[in-house]
Write a protein that binds this ligand. Structure first.
Ligand code: HEC
Length: 348
């Protein structure tokens, strides 16, 4: 994972006089102005607004190096860290919400000018102003929230939203408020890859047992961006799959060990890009196979412990000769069961 090379990471174990000087230097030079500025930039109790106050600092002072969308060159963001989207920042592992001094994002901007780990580097615009540093500190200490309130400002999901409308929506930067709202409902939202910040994966990992159609519907706030969804063991019903059926760009769907039946699968017929469908441990029968045969992009269907028969599956094999259709348990078909293994994360 990410290499940790912070002031604290590097010198934590060595209680040297140098270390103490460094801390003293930091506090006299940066800490007091930071506090002073805070009284100017934000009244006590007033929340820092990520979009208005933090994103502009990151985009003007960091994005020349830390952006996932470097058009002019093919270079990856520096240190694999993209600071131009909430998803990129979260994926970078540089935030400890509520604790700025343990957050690499704050530590790196608050180092003394002489430290070669200072961000931005001194010959590339560093350091930030004391006011900017103070804003970042307060924002992280207050919980590093990307939207102003839970579910506020995201609007309502249009009643007539359907798969065609979602397909027509451009895949831009995800609605940050929508992401935060879903996270507030127990979902884990992550980007597919550091260089694919628009493509999101939604999972309910530890909160699956309290996740119902109502929470699942809220995915639609970020509908154009969702490419993978894991609903395994949630309380999703056939009706809830109506919402999933609108996620036009969905490629991976895990429905294992849910109560869904053939009726629910019918709602997925518009998902043209579906590649990977996990039905393990559900009640689905051979009746869904003609529906699945129409998903020309399907590469894998896991149907172990369902009512699908070997005969049914061999019919499907004729329609989808290149797809992997798994009826028996084997190490591979079953691998997504073990969610603790990070290798299983996106490959179900
Ligand atoms: C001129 C290019 C450049 C600019 C501008 C820049 N950085 Fe960096 N940053 C780097 C490089 C190169 C690294 C990797 C080397 C290192 O860790 O020092 C890095 C590393 C980091 C890391 C450590 C990542 C990790 O996982 O260890 C953080 C945090 C960071 N930068 C934050 C920022 C912030 C915040 C800004 C803007 C306020 C910024 N950087 C501006 C080039 C830059």
């Amino acid at each position: 994972m990410r290499k940790h090379h912070s002031l604290y990471g590097g010198t934590r174990d060595i209680v040297s006089p140098f270390f103490c000087t460094k801390i003293l230097f930091m506090s006299s030079k940066f800490f007091f102005p930071a506090l002073w500025f805070l009284s100017v930039v934000a009244a006590p109790g007033q929340e820092i607004d990520y979009k208005k106050q933090i994103a502009p600092i990151l985009s003007s002072k960091c994005n020349s190096c830390h952006t996932a969308k470097k058009k002019e060159t093919d270079k990856k963001p520096k240190a694999g860290l993209a600071l131009d989207t909430p998803g990129g920042i979260r994926a970078g592992g540089v935030l400890e919400p509520g604790d700025a001094s343990s957050s690499e994002l704050y530590v790196r901007v608050s180092l003394p000018k002489t430290d070669d780990e200072l961000m931005p580097p001194t010959d590339d615009g560093g350091p930030l102003s004391a006011k900017e540093i103070a804003l970042i500190k307060k924002w992280i200490d207050d919980g590093a929230r990307f939207s102003s309130g839970s579910g506020q400002g995201i609007g309502s999901i249009p009643a007539d939203l359907d798969v065609a409308k979602v397909m027509a929506m451009p895949m831009r930067e995800p609605n940050a408020d929508g992401v935060v709202h879903l996270e507030g409902l127990g979902a884990t939202v992550s980007q597919l890859a550091v260089n694919l910040p628009q493509q999101l994966v939604v999972e309910w990992i530890s909160t699956y047992h309290k996740t119902t159609d109502k929470e699942i519907e809220q995915i639609l706030h970020i509908a154009p961006n969702v490419v993978e969804v894991d609903l395994s063991r949630t309380k999703v019903t056939d009706d809830g799959l109506k919402h999933i059926g609108k996620l036009a760009r969905l490629t991976h769907l895990n429905l294992s060990r849910t109560q869904i039946t053939d009726k629910g699968i019918a709602h997925l017929s518009g998902l043209r890009y579906l590649e990977n469908l996990n039905l393990y441990g559900t009640e689905v029968t051979d009746a869904i196979l003609p529906v699945l045969a129409k998903h020309r992009k399907l590469k894998a269907v896991y149907a172990w412990k369902t009512k699908i028969t070997p005969d049914g599956l061999s019919q499907l094999r004729k329609a989808l000769p290149d797809a992997k259709l798994v009826l028996e348990t084997d190490a591979k078909s079953n691998r997504y069961d073990n969610l603790d293994n990070p290798d299983n994360k996106f490959d179900f």
